[in-house]
Design a protein around this ligand. Sequence first.
Ligand SMILES: NC(=O)c1ccc[n+]([C@@H]2O[C@H](COP(=O)([O-])OP(=O)(O)OC[C@H]3O[C@@H](n4cnc5c(N)ncnc54)[C@H](O)[C@@H]3O)[C@@H](O)[C@H]2O)c1
Length: 351
Amino acid sequence: MADKKKLVVVGYGGMGGWHVGFAQKSDVVELAGIYDIKEERRALARENGIRAYETLDEVLNDQEVDIITVATPNDHHKEIAIAALNAGKNVISEKPVCMNSEELEAVIAVANKVGKLFTVHQNRRWDTDKMRIADLYKKGTIGKMLNIESRIHGSRGIPGDWRKVKSEGGGMVLDWGVHLIDQAIMILEDVKIKSIYARLDHVTNTEVDDGCHIVLGFENGVDYTIEVGTSNYINMPRFYARGDKGTAIIVNWNEPMKVVVKRVGEEKDATPIKAESGLTKTMAPRDEDTVDTFEVPMPPSDVHDFYRNFCASIDGKETQIVTHDQMRRVMKVMEYTFESAEKNQVLKVNI
Ligand SMILES: NC(=O)c1ccc[n+]([C@@H]2O[C@H](COP(=O)([O-])OP(=O)(O)OC[C@H]3O[C@@H](n4cnc5c(N)ncnc54)[C@H](O)[C@@H]3O)[C@@H](O)[C@H]2O)c1
């Protein structure tokens, strides 16, 4: 095994702490230290036995450092990424990669100029719920896919930090939204998005959205709903997928996916059932012997593969999993989400 790459995490808050803990267990990176703008965070790092650099320049001037992971609030990703690239470091930005496409293009231009790697930590590509839906779509298990619904619901509003402040990159579209957008793009891989319609929630916050509902129309007819809610006291299922021969559901994280597929053969006529104040034949439940029902357990997944791939890409042995073009698509969808919500219009796009 090649020597471990030396990593500094900039921004030692919630997610910075996650990267630090991760690096301490990694087989490919070694934690050189952290830098945080706040002295109390640097002091905490030292208490935890971690080197705390005094300034960002000290990190940038450390010739031993190979990778900088930027885990600051969103409005600082661009400036730190550009400074780090110009100092000859490879850069991983936390998501959202930047505040908008313009910022992203500026960072990509520097990465290309200096010949260093730049990517974004789209760790939720390793979520097993997303992996199972991607597999279902790829294999055509429920026939031709008609629609996919991907939801994240909570009831606590937005945490009381920079996530409430627009200028710092707050709001749920930039928070969970970009994860779910990236997952949609990865599940449908090369299929173009042709339309976007979005609505934003402002239940607990006026300055930024505290939830979003986005419908992506893919070129192959798949209608993909993304919903982030922070005022949902009862959660909708994490994933629901409907094909022309079956349906799949993942109710919650860490649960198996239930799949029901229609058996090939003659359809029996249904017997009407009593439903509330009337009868229905259309909505009568199926006889058990006309469908196959099965569960798909959680597949193995190791998010350490993100850093493994990044390090192998630095060595020229692999290409980076999260590409510049994928980042561009996510940023565009994010921007059209705001535009559609503001205009209350379905936008025709080609992303
Ligand atoms: N990928 C994921 O699953 C995931 C999860 C949570 C957060 N995030 C992302 O991680 C980033 C950080 O979020 P968080 O929840 O850790 O926020 P946080 O507020 O807990 O931590 C941010 C830290 O950055 C420091 N900081 C601010 N400006 C700085 C600067 N210019 N230089 C150095 N340090 C600076 C702050 O002092 C703070 O300690 C955000 O981009 C967020 O979207 C990603």
